[in-house]
Design a protein around this ligand. Structure first.
Ligand code: SAH
Ligand code: SF4
Length: 771
């Protein structure tokens, strides 16, 4: 979190510093909700107000020039229809604070919702009302409510509004409790307002868990006690926008019309400082002159003006983010459309990571030595060209990440490999000391143009293949991790597992795209990792079940707490999850995926739930079978195969889809095994074994009995408290039908730190048992 002093420096910035601040804010916006700008339509429903705010021309005491009006329900609905016809799905009903308008509002809301077939965000801005009234409005279907706190300085608040700050904040809290998405906001440049109180304004967003915050400069208005007071400074307002954005990447922040009034192009500046909402005015011109906020010469925003401003700022306009619909939870909503997908490219990935790293003063990615920029220079000097495959052979985690970003920036393809692994092929090879050598070339370049990274599949079959991960799948996986793990600028993510494997790689790239602080060194001793975690700087940890088990049972050396522990690349028992919760106070998240697709499921139970870009094709609810998924991104398959543009991926895993929709992995679907010149299906044996509740894990092997020159089918069965007779009994039926099977019992099967079966170890223990 940024300190108060840092925030004050940011608020004061001008010139180059201010430009840097805005750039950081734009990068934060990109990770928060993407390159988009939300359009709202506002209807000003009444200019009558019970309150007497000194800055506002609608104040109660201003009777001289204030022709009072109340719109009827029909007038409100008519205006809402115009908003709908202009393609906007957020209806903001704004007005003075008076119960006199509420009957019309309550009549209009259901009509508006009917008119939009339910797909509308009714957003209210009607001041302080009773909790009872808020409940009624919510029940009628209003989604969101703006109640600006105006200034968090209680004395200033009372002196300008003649009301208590606490009363207004109590209403804000009541709105949140009622289930509204809430917006707060401040006026900047009020006389007597200090930078410290503006920092309090910024922090109040977090305190009330606000979803929106607006900031507008004070504008002196005629017929108010503040008519002669100097206007608020636009630059300060823009800096506030940027600070809010950096603190809260996904907050909705309007670029208000007062910016445009203060300076031509002011609303574009607001968007460039990190804002992401524009409000279009749909009050009739007659009413616009009666509605006196900012006085009579205010700037009236039309739909054309708003769309133009968004275009100039390079943003796509979009609708409400609070309505349930597909595509809204992605941090890259601009990536979901076909046109935007075309933008998915390796240089775009590099650019997004660089922008996020520069934007976040806390992120240490830019400190990685040598940096991605240095590596890029040395790669270019070594002759790396677009579409080249560059093996990163045995590099440290930070070097793999910096190397990948450098390669992406020149549109080349990284191929990370663990230490002591034979390099199957590459145009160039980067070794652990970062020297670049020529490689032997690439045997088959098909599909590489859409490939983000090449990765060795972890040899669950004995011969590892080389998977082509599609560029689009990196964006989709990232969206899954950012949402599922709650990654943002304030996260510090510790990944002590190898980045040459797809699990560590996926989390690292996602965290880098989210602008997190990263700690990527491999763990040497679990106790050392536990000490790091106890220090309290790390918020997120990504580990395999084996490593999770070791740190969960380590002795605490401090009271560091984690926000999230991601356990991936293997299944974790409920006992392990409980131990993690107890040891680190964190909610464990289980991850599931494959080298070919990246992470596809996340959640707290079983293998989790499919991420947004993934749908389950099989098994059906309540059934057991191979997990088959459909991904939004293409699955490109393996080097050497024709590039499948298929989106359906057969995982090869046997899954139970329980009646409540929880997915549980039972192990690999074993293909037929060759046994004494015929093929044997192991599924019937496996199904029989998993009917025993004590069975946790099963593997099948064909071993030859040398002395008889005969092959034997062996079932390695693991679980606590297994009894041989029970297992034999469970297998009796299958054995009768499909042939005999030798049984070997284990407490647990030998699996490596990534959760893959260690076949050699298993074979030697079985042979030990056979001898
Ligand atoms: N009565 C309601 C909503 C309508 S007023 C309420 O007060 O919540 C909408 C906003 O106009 C107020 O929140 C206030 O922040 C803003 N406003 C009024 N007069 C202003 C002025 N002179 N300069 C800047 N903002 C002003
Ligand atoms: Fe009324 Fe809102 Fe104006 Fe205050 S700011 S006088 S509450 S309309």
């Amino acid at each position: 979190m940024l300190t108060r002093a840092e925030l004050k420096t940011m608020l004061r910035s001008r010139g180059d510093e201010q430009r840097g601040l805005f750039e950081a804010a734009r990068a934060a916006r990109l990770t928060g909700i993407g390159d988009s700008c939300i359009l709202r339509g506002v209807i000003e429903v009444t200019n009558v107000c019970r309150v007497n705010c000194d800055y506002c021309p609608m104040r109660r005491a201003n009777t001289s020039r204030n022709d009072h009006y109340f719109l009827s329900a029909d007038q409100i609905v008519d205006a809402a229809r115009t908003i709908r016809d202009s393609g906007i799905d957020i209806i903001l009903l704004q007005g003075g604070e008076t119960t006199g308008i509420l009957p019309q509002i309550e009549e209009a809301i259901p009509e508006i919702i009917r008119m939009f077939d339910g797909s509308v965000e009714v957003l209210l801005n009607l001041g302080c009302l009773t909790t009872e009234r808020y409940r009624r409005l919510k029940k009628l279907g209003a989604v969101s409510y703006i109640l600006k706190h105006e200034t968090s300085d209680p004395h200033l608040h009372r002196s300008l509004r003649h009301e208590a700050l606490d009363d207004r904040l109590a209403c804000l809290g009541a709105l949140k409790d009622t289930g509204f998405k809430i917006g707060t906001g401040l006026i900047s440049g009020l006389p007597g307002q200090t930078l410290d109180s503006i920092v309090d304004d910024l922090l109040l967003v977090d305190r009330y868990d606000a979803d929106m915050c607006s900031i507008s400069p004070f504008i002196p208005a005629r017929d108010t006690p503040m008519a002669q007071v100097a206007a608020g400074d636009l630059e300060l307002s823009l800096n506030i926008v940027a600070c809010l954005r950096i603190l809260y990447p996904s907050l909705l922040i309007p670029s208000v019309s007062a910016f445009e009034r203060a300076a031509g192009g002011g609303q574009t500046s607001g968007l460039n400082a990190g804002a992401n909402v524009l409000t279009v005015n749909f009050s009739s011109s007659e009413r616009q002159k009666d509605y006196l906020i900012y006085g009579r010469d205010r700037f009236v925003v039309t739909a054309d003006h708003a769309r133009k401003v968004a275009r100039i700022a390079g943003l796509n306009v979009r609708g409400s983010v609070f309505l349930p619909r597909s595509g809204t939870s992605s941090p890259f909503p601009d990536q979901s459309g076909e046109r935007a997908r075309e933008r998915a490219s390796r240089p775009d990935l590099a650019r997004r990571i660089n922008v996020s790293a520069e934007a976040n003063p806390q992120s240490n990615f830019s400190d990685f030595a040598p940096s991605a920029a240095d590596l890029r220079t040395s790669f270019e000097e070594a002759g790396v060209r677009p579409n080249d495959v560059v093996a990163l052979a045995g590099l440290r985690g930070p070097d793999i990440l910096a190397g990948a970003v450098a390669l992406w920036s020149i549109d080349a393809i990284p191929f990370p490999l663990p230490p002591d692994t034979h390099v199957p092929f590459a145009d160039l090879i980067v070794s652990s000391d970062l020297t670049v050598m020529a490689g032997t070339g690439v045997p088959d370049r098909r599909g590489l143009d859409r490939t983000a990274v090449l990765q060795l599949t972890s040899g669950s079959t004995n011969v590892p293949k080389i998977a082509r991960r599609s560029i689009e799948s990196v964006y989709d996986e990232t969206a899954g991790y950012i949402g599922g793990l709650g990654l943002d600028f304030s996260s510090c993510v510790r990944i002590p597992v190898p980045l040459a494997h797809s699990f560590g790689w996926g989390v690292a790239i996602s965290a880098a795209l989210a602008g997190c602080r990263l700690m990527l060194d491999l763990v040497s001793l679990p106790s050392r990792l536990a000490r790091e975690l106890d220090e309290g700087t790390i918020s997120h940890l990504a580990v395999t079940p084996a490593l999770a088990g070791l740190v969960a049972t380590s002795k605490p050396s401090g009271d560091g707490r984690l926000a999230t522990v991601l356990v991936g690349a293997g299944s974790a028992s409920p006992i392990l999850l409980d131990a993690l919760r107890a040891r680190f106070g964190a909610q464990p998240v289980l991850g599931y995926g494959s080298t070919e697709t990246g992470g596809t499921f996340l959640g707290s139970d079983g293998i989790g739930k499919p991420i947004e870009a993934v749908e389950v094709r099989a098994p059906a609810l309540g059934q057991r079978g191979e997990l088959v998924i459909e991904t939004r991104a293409p699955v490109l398959g393996y080097v050497g195969d024709p590039p499948g543009c298929d989106r359906v991926w057969r995982t090869g895993d046997l899954i139970d889809c329980e009646p409540d929709g929880t997915f549980r992995c039972l192990g690999r679907i074993s293909g037929p095994l060759r046994l004494n010149s015929r093929f044997v299906e192991t599924e019937p044996y496996k199904a029989a074994l998993f009917r025993l509740p004590e069975v946790d894990d099963v593997a099948f092997l064909v071993l030859s009995e040398d002395h008889r020159n005969l092959e034997v089918l062996c079932a390695a069965v693991a679980g606590q408290g297994l009894r041989r007779e029970a297992v034999a009994h469970a297998l009796a039926n299958a054995s009768r039908q499909h042939g005999a099977c030798s049984i070997f019992l284990f407490d647990r099967l030998p699996r490596n730190t990534l959760g893959k079966l260690d076949r050699n170890k298993l074979i030697s223990s079985i042979r030990g048992g056979m001898a």
